[in-house]
Every structure is written in C-alpha cells, then in structure tokens.
Design a protein around this ligand. Structure first.
Ligand code: ADP
Ligand code: MG
Ligand code: MG
Length: 902
C-alpha cells in the first residue's frame, strides 16, 4: 500500500491524518471530523476522499488512477480497526457515505447511510444487535430508500407513499409503530420500487454499493439544486466535494439510543445557552427532516444524564477550540455518545453581531477579529423594517422564529407557484409542511417561508437563515393541505393568494398584512436609540463594532443624495459628505416648462431668459443641501442625461398635436416641441448628447449651474455656515473637454466667490474608458476623480444595462461567465483594472488628487474591499448603504493589516 501511494497522488486521508485547516482538500465536514478525532473526541473511525479526486472524476467521468486501490486500502484498515468486514453476512461493518464540500451546503449534497446491508447481512446486523430484527430491517429499508433516491434518482415520494401505506395498514401514524415484520415487508416494497425505476435489482454487493454511492456524491456536486445554491451563496463552481466514509453508529437501536443536533449558542439570537433538538430511537436525517417531533436538547438530561453531561463538555471544548459558535451532530448508541459532525455554525445576522461582541467580552477574540466575523450583508439585513404591532393584530399561530425579519405576502403552497407569482412582481410566502431541497427555487423567490413542522434546525430554518430570508418553522397549529393549496388554523382557512404575515424573530403568524416599522438598528443609526442606555444586546454589539470599524477604516464614506432630506439622513447614518449630488431632478416637476423653453429657444436672449429663471431655483436647492452637509464636502454633478429625457415621449406628443389640430386649436408650441423631439431623437441615448457634451453644445447651461452652486456656497458661508462644493463634470473622455468647461467655470467662480473665502474644487467623473486610459492628462485639469462605475461597466463591456440584464445575464450567470452581475459587484479584472490604471496614473500626474467612487458599487461589500485595495479616498453610496460601507471599509482595513503581518 505504501509503495502504491508513493507513485499515486494521495486521494484518501484517514481521519487521523487531517485537520481543520485542510478544508480545500477534505471539505468542511472531513476536515472537522479529523480535527475532532485529533482532539480525542469520540468520532466513529473513517476516511475522506479528497475534493481533488472529485474534480478529477468530474473532469473525465472516471475515477482517477489509483483511487480504487487507495479506497480499498483504507477500507481494509477501517475493517481491521472495527473488527468487522463491510457487509459481512454474519457480523457486518456498515458505513455512511457523506458528501462534504469546503463551504457547508445544507441539504444540498447527498448522504447514504447503512451501506453494506443486503439480504444476508441484514440478518447478521440483527444478531449483532442482540436479535433486534426491527432495527436491522429499519436500517435496511433506510438504505434502499436513500440509495434509491440519491444514487439512482428513484423519486423519493414513491418510498414515502409505501411508508405511509405501511403505517396506514398498521393503523399507526408513527414510524415507531411498525414492527420487524412490517419493515421486512416494506423492504420488499422498496426493492420493487427500486427495480421498477432502475431496471435492475437493488445491488447486493457491498463494495458495489460503496463505489456507486461515492460516485453519486461526486456527481451531486453538479446537481441542479447544488448549482442554484452555490450561485445564491456565491460559492465558486469548481471546488468539488470531498466524500467521507464513516463507520456507522446507530441511534435507532431502541429508546436508549437517539440522534440530535446542538448549538453552542442560539444561532438565531446569539444568546448563550444550550440549544438543539433530540429524537430518541432515530437515525440521521430524522431530526432535521421533521418526521417526528423532536424534544429540546435540555430534555436529554432527563433521558440520559451521562451522555448529556459528556455532550456539554465536548460543546464547551469545541467552542473554546474554534473560538466561535459551533453546531454539532451527534448520535447516542445504547448510551454511548458519538460525535458525527461539527462546524462553525451558521447564524442569523443578529446572532453574528451579538456573538462577536460576547466573544470579545469573554476574551476569546479581539475587536479586529470581531469586525472580521460580521459583514455588510448581515448589517443590511438588520436594517430591514419590523412589524408594527398593536392590538389590532393577533397572531393566529406561533411557531419557531427560525430566521428573523418581517414578511407579508400571498400564501403559496408550491415552489413553482412561488416562482411564478414572484416573477409577476407579487410578494409571496411559501407555506409547506416542511421544505426539502426541491423547494430551493421557491424559497429564493419567496419573501418569507412558513412551515408547520420542524424546529430551528429543520431544512427550512437552516436554508432560510443562510439566505437571510424570514422563516417561521414548526407552526404546528397550521393544518397545511398542499394539494388543495390552503391551510386552516384556529377555524379559519387561508387559500392560495390570501395575504399573511410572518415574523421570523418571534415565530408569530398573522392573517392579512401587518404594517412595518424601522428596526432597532436603524433607530440606533437614526440616533433615536441610545446604545449606552439600551439593554438590547444587538444594538450594543452593533455600536461597538461600528465604532471600531470607523476607527480602523481608511476609506471615507460619503453618500449619494440629491435632496437636503436624504443628505441629513445619510449624515445621521455616518456619511462624511456627499459624493454624488445629481442635478437632474432640479429640472423636473413644474420646472420642465423652463427646460422646454430652453430647448425651444431660437435666440440667445430666449435661452438666457430660460436659464435666468432656472438659476435662483437651483441656487435654493443647493443652499439647503449645503446647510444639511455643513462643514462636509459636497460633490455636485453638472447635468448629465440627454435633454430630450425632459420632454414628453414622441408618441404622446404626436397624438396630442393631431387631436388638437383636429379640433382646430392653436398648436404652434406643441408642433415646435414635436419637431424638437424628432430632431433630438437618438438611437443610443446612453452614448449620445449627454454629460459634458451637452455643456459644450448648449451655451450657458453649465455656467448657470456653476453660478448657482457657487452663489449657494457663498450664501451659506455668509450666514455663518461652511460649504465645501466640488463641481463634477460628467462623461469626460478627453482632457480638452474638461479644460474648456474649467476655464469658463473658473471665471464665474472667481467673480462670485469674491472675498467670501469659499473654495470650489473642479473635478471629473471617470466613467468613459478613454478617460481612464488618459487619466494622466485629465488629472492636469482635475482636482478630483470620481469613478462612475455604472457607466464604466456599461462602456467597458459595451452593453447597456437596461437591455442586457433581462436579455442574457441569466445565461451568463448560468454559464459561469459572470460569478455575479458586474453591476452588483465590480468586475475587478476588467472594469476594476481601468479604475486601477486611472488611479495610479492620475495620482502620478497630480499627487494629492482626490479619488472616490459614486454609483451602486460604492455600497457593495466586495467592491468596497476592492476600492480599498486600489487606494481610493472614499466611496459614495445611497444613504441606507452608508453603514454597510463603513463596516466593510473597516473590515477591509483590518484584513489588509492582517495579511501584511502574516
Ligand atoms: P448533511 O451534510 O446533510 O448534514 P451528513 O453527512 O451529516 O449530511 O449526514 C446526514 C445524517 O446522517 C446526519 O444526521 C448525520 O449525523 C447522520 N450520519 C452520518 N454518518 C453517520 C454514521 N456513520 N453513523 C450514524 N449517523 C450518521
Ligand atoms: Mg450533517
Ligand atoms: Mg454616468
């Protein structure tokens, strides 16, 4: 064996050979099983087949050379250690075959238990268990069911039906009501189902069972629901999964056996304590599948105190070791505790903050590490609104608050229907007895999920938490009838399409739509909730971590705001200025008429008159914004969109003119407008007469805006305030454009500023690829750059967002050409490279050039990290994203500091 492994690549690792840092190779489950083994915890022996073997298999469709031999060698060693041979008719060793990728993908990949059972070894298993026939046949029927479903794609419902049928024949509702004979009969029924669907008999050869199961785990990496989950969670598609082969231990041996899951802290609130579910006389998935009702973990103390105490000591040990919340799967076989899995547990956004704060208090981690353990997506979730509850709303049911948030929508009872209605823009709540991996698309589409069975660790709960989706599970007062598309509760019937509301924090379910209010975290950011005075652990943790993020971050965070109101709110949320104040809205509403006059002007006088009327209006807008941002920089972008956007649509005008002519009315003005609209029509407005081009073509337009901005600043300064305007020219591609605008603007500024002391900076957007590539020249005429990454993405890729997102992005995501839409997160390799070039060359030409970014990427966590790494001075984003950007900027600073010292 040793010689064999010398020549072959090593594809199989014994648990004793691995550790928790080998997740890439052994997957999360395998690496942590190895870690627990090496910590001396009772883990059943086994081995892990690497992700490399999986990748090789997926690439070629064949097990790589040497794999079969290595599996045989490790299996032999396992058999020796256990003193039993796989599938031995008299005294069989059974194993589980478990998938386990680098990132945990709950319920996504396949596991087969009891491999090694066949018509003969089932008898041996019974003997091994002291003549427990019921247990042996129960294990065998589970093998056929799991093997059939996951290895051979036999529809799972067929087995479910056969099981229901057996229960009904016996007059029981519980699988425990079936005795050995019933289960033997069920095995026959299962085998028939298996043969019918696969065209072959259930494989009796243990090693063939093992090999087929391993192969199925490899293949499950590319199963549709795994692909969907990865896309949703942004897990790379090329990691592959490891396969763990583990000696079976049995929780279905009788009342002194059982299986359970445990968390070292509450994964939903972060509170310390003992959380978990236990189910006696059960195997594997039974706990999470909601098959029978579990008992809270605390009750294990009464059922089996020795195992309970032992489990608690391992939980403490694991938490100390991983310095984080751990979740655990365990099985008790006749009073003996076995640890089957652990990992750093998934948690809600609130729990992430609370736990990070607690771990700092306990001295297990420092504040930098706490900052690293939370993220902007979680913070964004905590800013979702809550239900506003007064006596008008009485819950009709209460389940488990499985994943927090408040969601209202139309009740739907199938994944397909959820997808369909959500596609039509409806909010839906997916209602199921329990969810399973096939419901994934529906869960993604739904605003919330409601199940009548299962606890905090059921499929629905775990997956919803992972997605940050509101979920109430185990609302057992609900009688859910999926085929009839309705549920009844408290004597009332809710049909598909009826609106319900679910509160994933409290677990309460309401009929109708409950109004919502801002979350505590938003109240904190708004300044209406004092973090020092509250005893809300979440608000205190958020405050502490945000304060640390602000201390650590190097990026400033500004906001995109067009009104004084938005500016004021963003300031409360921690914005250090405005990075983008659009002036388009200042031409809308009843000012449209002035724009029409401007466009239709036939003489200089007419044009100047129109601009002269706009000037005081704009000045007033700027005064308010400068007041709101007193003392902080405000970047104002000169008008950017094509002017025809301010005119009525062509069709509407044409009809109006025709109708008016018919009536014999005077339509001179409408006709002129119509002619103007026709004249100004553009095939590609995005690439047309807009931005700086407009300013160079329409005399006086930019000058009016520059004057309004400067006069407003002077006004604010004269009233005792402080205004720091930065005038930003959009869509510049050549330095000459900027120079032309600049020289005109400088004259006006000099004239208006006088002795007021106001300083006005002039800079440009970098959003045309040519600007990025000639940034060195452009910097000569610009005091700052602001990257407009939306346009830079559009022009960098050569597509218009409005056209492409619906047309083909889905396909690009499916093919993996995009991991994520480049509008959501900046494409660091292409568009990001333009940013990097412009930043470097701009700064080389003008040291001290201010660099920022405005556009949606400014509030996207991954993009913020990128902008930090490029060395920008600030990001600017919408007011509600400001806290997210502050947090991520802090995380980026801490992470680079960490990797420097490593
Ligand atoms: P998942 O990744 O979906 O949690 P697992 O591989 O952990 O899948 O296995 C599914 C269930 O089977 C879990 O409850 C696990 O504890 C149980 N299980 C896995 N291997 C064994 C084993 N060797 N003996 C007993 N139970 C097992
Ligand atoms: Mg598991
Ligand atoms: Mg733009």
């Amino acid at each position: 064996m040793a010689a064999q492994e010398m020549v072959d690549h090593k594809y199989v690792y014994d648990f004793a050979e691995g550790n928790k840092d080998l997740k890439d190779l052994l997957g999360g489950k395998g690496a942590n099983l190895a870690e627990m083994t090496n910590l001396g915890l009772p883990v059943p022996p086994g081995f892990t087949i690497t992700t490399e073997a999986c990748k090789a298999y997926l690439a070629t469709g064949q097990e790589p050379d040497g794999l079969a031999g290595q599996i045989a060698a490790h299996l032999e060693a396992l058999e020796r250690e256990m003193g039993r041979r796989l599938g031995d008719p008299d005294d069989p060793l059974l194993v589980s075959v478990r998938s386990g990728a680098k990132f945990s993908m709950p319920g996504m990949m396949e596991t087969v238990l009891n491999v090694g059972l066949n018509d003969r070894s089932v008898v041996g298993l019974s003997a091994q268990a002291g003549g427990n026939d019921r247990f042996a046949w129960d294990s065998y029927r589970r093998l056929i069911q799991m093997f059939g479903k996951t290895v051979c794609d036999v529809p799972g419902e067929e087995f479910e039906h056969a099981l229901d049928e057996a229960k009904r024949a016996k007059g029981t509702t519980d699988d425990l009501g079936l005795d050995a004979d019933d289960l033997r009969g069920l095995v026959d029924a299962y085998k028939k189902i298996f043969a019918k669907h696969t065209g072959r008999e259930f494989p009796q050869e243990p090693r063939e069972q093992l090999d087929l199961a391993i192969r199925a785990v490899f293949e499950s990496w590319n199963a549709e629901r795994a692909v969907v989950y990865r896309r949703q969670e942004r897990i790379p598609a090329d990691l592959g999964t490891a396969v763990n082969v583990v000696a079976m231990v049995f929780g279905n041996l009788g009342p002194d056996s059982g299986t359970g899951v445990a968390f070292t802290r509450d994964p939903s609130s972060g509170a310390q304590g003992i959380y978990g579910d236990y189910l006696a006389n059960a195997q594997g998935e039974d706990v999470v599948a909601g098959i029978r009702n579990t008992v809270p973990l605390q009750e294990l103390e009464r059922i089996d105190k020795t195992s309970y105490d032992e489990l608690l000591s391992y939980m403490a040990r694991l938490e100390e070791h991983y310095k984080d919340l751990c979740d655990i799967e365990f099985t008790i076989e006749r009073g003996k505790l076995w640890m089957l899995q652990t990992r750093v547990g998934k948690r809600t956004a609130a729990a992430a903050f609370v736990i990070a704060g607690q771990l700092v208090d306990e001295g297990l981690i420092d504040l930098d590490e706490a900052l690293h353990r939370v993220n902007g997506a979680q913070l964004a979730q905590l800013m979702f609104p809550r239900f506003r509850l007064d006596h008008e709303f009485e819950p009709v049911a209460k389940g488990v608050g499985a994943s927090p948030g408040a969601a209202s929508g139309k009740a739907v009872f199938s994944s397909d229907r959820a997808v369909e209605l959500a596609g039509q823009g409806e909010s839906v709540i997916l209602v199921r007895r329990e969810t399973n991996p096939d419901d994934l698309n529906g869960m993604i589409a739904a605003k919330g999920i409601l199940t009548s069975r299962g606890g905090k660790t059921s499929h629905a709960a775990v997956v919803a938490r992972g997605m940050g989706k509101t979920c109430v599970s185990g609302a057992d007062e609900l009688d859910v009838n999926v085929p009839q598309r309705r549920f009844t509760v408290a004597g009332q019937t809710v049909n598909e399409g009826d609106v319900i509301s679910v509160d994933g924090t409290t677990g309460k379910v309401y009929l109708g739509e409950v109004p919502v209010m801002p979350s505590e975290v938003v109240q904190y950011f708004e300044g209406t909730l004092d973090p020092e005075a509250t005893d809300d652990p979440l608000v205190r943790a958020v405050h502490r971590i945000m304060t640390h993020a602000d201390q650590r971050r190097r990026l400033a965070v500004r906001t995109n705001a067009d009104t004084a109101e938005d500016a004021a709110r963003a300031r409360r949320f921690g914005a250090g200025g405005i990075g983008l104040c659009r002036t388009e809205h200042m031409f809308l509403g009843d000012r449209r008429e002035l724009v029409e006059r401007l466009i239709l002007a036939r003489t200089d006088d007419e044009r100047e008159a129109a601009l002269g009327t706009l000037l005081p209006l704009q000045r007033a807008d700027f005064v308010e914004i400068f007041r709101a941002m007193d003392g902080l920089p405000v970047t104002v972008r000169l008008i950017d969109p094509p002017l025809h956007e301010f005119l009525p649509p062509l069709e509407q005008l044409a009809v109006d003119v025709a109708v008016a002519q018919e009536r014999g009315e005077d339509v001179a003005k409408e006709e002129a407008l119509l002619a103007a609209v026709r004249r100004m029509h553009e095939e590609n407005p995005m690439l047309g007469l807009r931005g700086v081009r407009l300013g160079l073509v329409i005399p006086g337009l930019f000058a009016m805006q520059v004057r309004a901005i400067t006069e407003a600043a002077v006004t604010v300064v004269r009233e005792g305030g402080s205004a720091c305007p930065e005038i930003m020219v959009p869509l510049v591609g050549a330095v000459q454009e900027l120079e032309t605008v600049r020289s005109e603007a400088e004259k006006i500024i000099a004239e208006v500023v006088g002795d007021s002391g106001v300083e006005v900076l002039i800079g440009t957007m970098i959003e045309v690829p040519r600007a990025a590539l000639t940034a060195g020249q452009i910097a000569e005429a610009a005091e700052f750059f602001s990257f407009g990454t939306n346009d830079l993405t559009q022009m960098g890729w050569g597509f218009s967002r409005d056209d492409v997102e619906a047309a083909f992005f889905w396909r690009y995501l499916e093919l993996g050409i995009f991991g994520i839409s480049p509008f959501e997160s900046i494409d660091t390799e292409g568009v990001g490279r333009l940013v990097r070039i412009a930043a470097e060359e701009g700064r080389a030409a003008r040291p001290g050039l201010k660099l920022g970014v405005c556009g949606e990427h400014g509030g996207d966590p991954d993009s913020v990290h990128f902008f930090h790494s490029v060395g920008l001075d600030y990001v600017s984003c919408s007011p509600f994203r400001v806290p997210v950007a502050r947090l991520e900027a802090g995380r980026a600073a801490v992470e680079t500091a960490g990797s420097d010292s490593r």
